[in-house]
Design a protein around this ligand. Structure first.
Ligand SMILES: Cc1cc2nc3c(=O)[nH]c(=O)nc-3n(C[C@H](O)[C@H](O)[C@H](O)COP(=O)(O)O)c2cc1C
Length: 226
């Protein structure tokens, strides 16, 4: 994988490095990363995206560009009504309990949607904790450049006295993010697969999550295999 990815050429006001134009996403920078402004309009008509929506597991290892990643994350769970602090995906009681982590070969980042920034969360490659994990089997999730991991913060959700509701709502809320990603990928020629098969304890340990948070699902994203 190319390591020119995080060649950082400008520093934004907050002191967070921004992506270089034309650089690729592989996370080799080591710190927080400011994303380019996402495209929030245009694209393929919804009917065409729905017609193209599908699960694919044959990925190329080619990286996503910074713009592709910014657009993907905004579509997944970005703020589409920033003045109201509301997002592209709904959540039960508007608890917004999903933390979206971007896992690459070179580390994991928390998507800070308000700042449009990736916050460095772990140095390890966590992609192998998602997808096919049986020994010997080739894991498409390790070949693709990005594994999105959907972490539920049950404390933020505030339904601990109703665990069944908490789980029902959390799972559905992840599903909305997942479908946003499916449709975005369909509209932009990317491949994706939503994943229930994840090693949640291993991901939790690597990310240093508190006991009130857990990874619930993941979603591999990448380019089609040549
Ligand atoms: C909740 C959920 C969990 C899934 N978990 C996995 C998984 O662990 N591994 C996998 O390869 N596909 C997984 N999938 C993808 C499904 O296998 C896929 O959506 C299904 O075969 C239908 O194909 P389609 O998405 O192209 O319509 C999951 C899908 C959903 C909705």
């Amino acid at each position: 994988m190319k390591r020119i990815a995080l060649a950082i050429v400008i520093a934004v006001a907050a002191g967070v490095p921004a992506w270089a134009d034309g650089a690729e996403v592989d996370g080799a920078g080591g710190g927080d990363i400011a994303l380019p402004a996402p495209a929030t309009s245009g694209g393929m008509p919804l009917g065409d995206a729905l017609s193209a929506r599908a699960t694919h597991r044959e990925f190329s290892s080619a990286a996503l560009s910074p713009q592709e990643l910014a657009d993907l994350l905004w579509a997944a769970n970005g703020y589409n009504r920033p003045a109201e602090k509301k997002r592209t995906a709904p959540t039960a009681v508007n608890r917004q309990e999903i933390d979206l982590y971007v896992c690459t070969a070179d580390g994991a980042y928390l998507f800070d949607a308000a700042a449009n920034t990736l916050r460095r969360a772990a140095d390890a490659d966590l992609r192998g904790f998602t997808g096919r994990m049986n020994a010997g089997a080739e894991n498409f999730a390790v070949k693709a450049p990005v594994a999105l991991v959907y972490v539920i913060d049950f404390a933020r959700q505030g339904m601990q006295d109703r665990p069944m509701d908490a789980l029902r709502y959390a799972a559905v809320d992840c599903g909305f993010v997942g479908q946003n990603v499916y449709l975005h990928c369909a509209a932009h020629g990317l491949y994706t697969v939503f994943l229930g098969m994840i090693d949640a304890p291993a991901i939790s340990a690597a990310l240093g999550l508190p006991p009130t948070s857990t990874p619930l699902f993941a979603q591999t994203v990448g380019r089609p295999a040549e």
